[in-house]
Design a binder for this molecule. Structure first.
Ligand SMILES: NC(=O)c1ccc[n+]([C@@H]2O[C@H](COP(=O)([O-])OP(=O)(O)OC[C@H]3O[C@@H](n4cnc5c(N)ncnc54)[C@H](O)[C@@H]3O)[C@@H](O)[C@H]2O)c1
Ligand SMILES: O=C(O)[C@H](O)COP(=O)(O)O
Length: 389
């Protein structure tokens, strides 16, 4: 039996897919698997039982990836599972910005009860004349799951799209319509576009990546949309640009004491992924990732360990070692097994940055002494008998 603890509310659809030998628990200490959305885990001290954390969503800036890797805790996210939901809200933000919808609704609400309201409305509508988005230039910073969908949808709506993503993979590039143009620098994108939207992960290296310099390069009266994370934008600089009119409107999904003071902002309460569909997709994917890791040792969509899939276990025992990515780990593991004359049926070794993972199906089961010998190899972070323990 495995125990799963939820740090945030997780969609029932996902929880329904837990197999009978997975039980939800209210005691985090006893949980081998943790499901989380945006809860901040940076100060979290995990219990000894915890083997994995699955983020039902994309952004993992709320999780200390490196520390958890060091503690032998594999962290997963659910790439793409909420991308459509965010794309739709970005389109909504674009249209709200172009057509003065919110001030017009507010203006009308204040006139509630006036007998000649229909006439007042007709006479007053001229103050809310907007522009079409068709034919306007949209800059998309970050062309991953969300950015690609936004770019494609904007092209379909007749916008001229410029995309900037220096780390885009070949597979990623295939997802983007040929009609989107390639911006070779952030500056070029900023100079060209009437609307700019950012879709990159927040890391410890990029807070304030949209700052004074980038804003200075933008067109007068640009609209900036931020459905990624507030810290990607230097919001002090954004506030000054809004005051001067350099930026006409800041559409952000992140309320904070500063963004709430901007009169020229549309602020939503982190609603990008808050659709029934996205919550279901993320939860189902996160639950499947956790179950496959706990049951089979397979790693899919990890953000701090390499992916590794050996299907269902074969042989007498499957064992897993999370370890440092240093020379001679495989040699040392094989030599412990060779000494006991244990044959390896199947084996995978993968690395990612400073960490690596070795998964083995063995023809015979390990003794307690063999396990101790594997655990004692310098650089081994965690040994686990996935089956046959
Ligand atoms: N508002 C919401 O509710 C909501 C929902 C989902 C995701 N998000 C945020 O959106 C982010 C992106 O999500 P995603 O699913 O598209 O992630 P993703 O990993 O699929 O895509 C991110 C893309 O950004 C690119 N990138 C990284 N650094 C860059 C830089 N300096 N300049 C340009 N491109 C860069 C990467 O190459 C990648 O293609 C998440 O990390 C999260 O912070 C917010
Ligand atoms: O990174 C994400 O997936 C989003 O910001 C969604 O966050 P949420 O799960 O708290 O809605």
């Amino acid at each position: 039996m495995f125990h799963i603890y939820r740090k945030n509310a997780i969609s029932e659809e996902g929880l329904k897919s837990l197999l009978p030998h997975f039980a939800l628990t209210d005691e985090q200490e006893e949980a081998e698997g943790i499901l989380v959305r945006s809860a901040d885990m940076h100060e979290e001290k995990l219990g000894a039982a915890t083997l994995a954390v699955a983020r039902a969503g994309a952004g993992v800036n709320n999780i200390p990836l490196e520390r958890f890797a060091e503690e032998g805790v594999v962290v997963f996210n659910t790439p793409g599972a909420n991308a459509n939901s965010v794309k739709e809200l970005v389109l909504c933000g674009l249209l709200l910005a172009a057509r003065n919808v919110l001030p017009a609704v507010e203006w009308l609400r204040e006139k509630q009860g006036e007998a000649d309201i229909a006439k007042v409305a007709e006479q007053g509508k001229k103050q809310f004349v907007g522009t079409e988005i068709r034919g306007k230039k949209l800059g998309v910073i970050g062309l991953g799951a969300i950015g690609a969908e936004v770019a494609n949808a904007a092209v379909a709506l007749g916008m001229e799209v410029y995309g900037y993503d220096p780390y885009l993979s070949v597979n990623g590039a295939w997802r983007i319509t040929k009609e989107a143009r390639h911006a070779t620098s952030l500056e070029e994108l900023c100079k060209q576009c009437d609307y700019i939207t950012i879709h990159v992960p927040l890391t410890d290296k990029n807070p304030g990546m949209i700052g004074e310099k980038e804003i200075a390069a933008m067109k007068e009266g640009v609209v900036f949309l931020n459905f990624s994370r507030d810290k990607l934008v230097d919001e002090q600089a954004m506030g000054r640009a809004l005051e001067s009119g350099k930026v006409r409107l800041y559409v952000t999904d992140f309320a904070n004491p500063l963004s709430m003071t901007f009169p020229q902002a549309i602020v939503t309460p982190h609603l990008g992924a808050s659709t029934e569909e996205a919550e279901d997709h993320c939860a189902v994917m996160a639950v499947k990732e956790l179950m496959d890791y706990l049951d089979n040792g397979n790693i899919r969509n990890s953000v701090n360990y390499p992916d590794c899939d050996m299907g269902v276990p074969v042989g007498a025992q499957r064992i897993a070692l999370l370890h440092k990515n240093v020379p001679n780990m495989i040699g040392q593991i094989s030599s412990v097994l060779a000494k006991q004359n244990i044959n390896i049926d199947n084996m995978t070794n993968k690395s990612r940055g400073a960490y690596a993972y070795t998964l083995l199906d063995l023809e015979t089961r390990l003794t307690a002494e063999d396990e101790a010998a594997l655990r004692a190899i310098p650089g081994v972070i965690r040994f686990r008998a996935v089956t046959g323990g």
